[in-house]
Ligand binder design. Structure first.
Ligand code: DGL
Length: 275
């Protein structure tokens, strides 16, 4: 097999996409990963879809300029805003996007009511409306935006009384409506999964689509013959438009220590200068 040593580009508004990156590293340890966290613009959730689309295009151009062979949009909001347009603009590049896992939630439910938590922008998107239309199948799907949860997570408040109180305010009304499945529709949310599980209890299945994304990426690399020699050893290099020291600290807390983090410059376009 020919080994394609080009990196896989991955991006998110901040540290959320690292949950996806960790899964990709586990599933595809030979691949080289190039991650961009747009910490200067986080959160994306309260922004308009058009602005998020513009950010997504600028980041994609920078990852492609670094030779990315595939792009993982490790952000539900950016996927909702830009996945289709990016595929149209770059038909030769495989894009893997995130979408709320409504289908497995609907397959799981016995009560006939499921919950989805995501950003305001994700819920406003056409992509979300299409997914509900296709997969809800008579099941009631409750939508709960969680404004400011991403900010708490970016601040490192993964399990504080304030984060817990915020989550209770969003989740308890859905529990009162008898949900038995809860979809994590934002890549930041798996970071607070232990807290979410404590609140919803054992009778509600929490659904995180990130493992499925790693499998999908694997399939696409195989399909297109662009995988790296499996005996090679992969690596991870991160860029942030925010503070690299702070970003590195977060990576350590998420179990991704050891990977270097560099400053990206953003002046009209994004530049990922080689160290
Ligand atoms: N992690 C992102 C998502 O999956 C973005 C959240 C945000 O920046 O508001 O939606």
């Amino acid at each position: 097999m020919v080994s394609d040593d080009r990196p896989i580009g991955i991006f998110d508004s901040g540290i959320g996409g690292l949950t996806v990156t960790a899964r990709i590293r586990q599933a595809l340890p030979a691949e080289r990963l190039l991650y961009f966290g747009d910490s200067a613009h986080v959160p994306y959730g309260p922004r308009g879809l058009e602005q998020v689309r513009a950010f997504s295009f600028a980041i994609t151009e920078a990852l492609l300029a670094r030779g990315a062979k595939a792009i993982v949009i490790a952000c539900n909001t950016a996927s909702a805003a830009a996945l289709r347009a990016l595929r149209e603009a770059h038909p030769d590049i495989p894009f893997i996007g995130m979408e709320p896992a409504v289908k497995p939630a609907v397959e799981h439910t016995r009560t006939g009511v499921v919950g989805v938590i995501a950003t305001v922008a994700t819920f406003q998107s056409e992509l979300y409306a299409t997914i509900v239309e296709r997969f809800a199948q008579g099941v009631e799907v409750l939508h709960q935006p969680c404004p400011s949860l991403v900010k708490q997570i970016e601040a490192g408040d993964f399990d504080t009384p304030i984060t817990e109180a915020m989550l209770r305010g969003w989740l308890e009304p859905m529990l009162a409506r008898n949900i038995d499945a809860l979809v994590l529709g934002c890549t930041h949310y798996p970071i607070v999964r232990p807290l979410i599980e404590r609140i919803v209890g054992p009778d509600v299945r929490v659904i995180d689509p990130t493992p499925a994304i790693a499998r999908q990426l694997d399939r696409i690399l195989q399909r297109d013959g662009i995988g790296r020699d499996p005996s090679a050893s992969g690596d991870l290099i991160c860029y942030t438009s925010g503070d690299p020291v702070e970003f590195h600290r977060m990576m350590e807390r998420l179990g991704l220590e050891g990977a270097p983090v560099y400053q990206a410059t953003w002046d009209g376009s994004v530049r990922l200068d080689r160290p």
